[in-house]
Design a protein around this ligand. Structure first.
Ligand code: SF4
Length: 227
């Protein structure tokens, strides 16, 4: 690993040219990357995203088929008992809170939104268990609406390593990203970064020698550097 990665304090890591180079490299590396949570409609994506908190997408994909078979619609899920839901989602962790969230979300979607998942940030944030991250996933991945940038653990870590933000709170990281990334790239950018985080730029041992962003990256976390 190179020991000389000291950046000049005058260099701004968020110039449009550098951001564009990062975006172009990600788009080239991960064309057509999509959400890894299995779903057939906006409601299933909302539930799956709520269940994905502190849990892998693969694990969520293992429980959702039985969950949606038993309770296929928001109305059906609203009529379920909490214990029925808990039993079906137990392996995703924090299952009592998650059961309350998806049950409460089902009730609101049924009673207030006519059974249809709403298409605005403000309305989505009314659903229990839904914060900006989940709302951005549903708006971006299902409705194709770029209302913000999905900031999950991978986007947080990589945005910091790539010096796109110095913030630690997800909402602040999102605000920083929204300022420097063109809106028409918000949806794909988060998918690409999540994919890159899973495949290459892992938390403990990033595979920097295989990374398409290596020449642009000055992170102290690098395990190998060409510059
Ligand atoms: S060079 Fe290493 S630390 Fe930087 S983005 Fe790539 S994998 Fe992550």
């Amino acid at each position: 690993m190179s020991t000389d990665r000291k950046r000049s304090p005058k260099v701004n890591p968020t110039t449009p040219a550098r951001v564009k180079a990062i975006l172009d490299a990600l788009a080239k590396a991960y064309p057509n990357v999509v959400c890894a949570l299995d779903h057939r409609n906006a409601w299933e994506l909302t539930v799956a995203t709520i269940l994905s908190a502190q849990c892998t997408d693969a694990r969520v994909n293992m429980v959702t088929p039985a969950l949606f078979k038993a309770f296929p619609t928001p109305k059906a899920m609203a009529s379920a008992s909490l214990s029925e839901l808990e039993a079906l989602i137990r392996t995703t962790g924090f299952f009592r809170n998650k059961a309350k969230s998806i049950h409460g979300a089902a009730q609101i979607v049924t009673e207030k939104f006519g059974g249809k998942v709403p298409q605005t940030m403000d309305e989505l944030l009314e659903l229990p268990g839904v914060a900006r991250k989940t709302a951005n996933v549903v708006l971006g991945s299902w409705y194709g609406i770029a209302a913000g940038v999905v900031v999950d653990t991978h986007v947080m870590r990589l945005s910091k390593r790539l010096e796109l933000t110095k913030q630690a709170a997800p909402e602040k990281v999102e605000q920083d990203l929204m300022k420097i990334i063109p809106q028409d790239r918000w949806i794909a950018f988060s998918h690409e970064l999540i994919h890159h985080g899973r495949q290459i730029c892992s938390a403990r041992k990033p595979k920097c020698a295989d990374c398409v962003l290596e020449k642009l990256c000055n992170s102290p976390d690098k395990t190998w550097s060409s510059h």
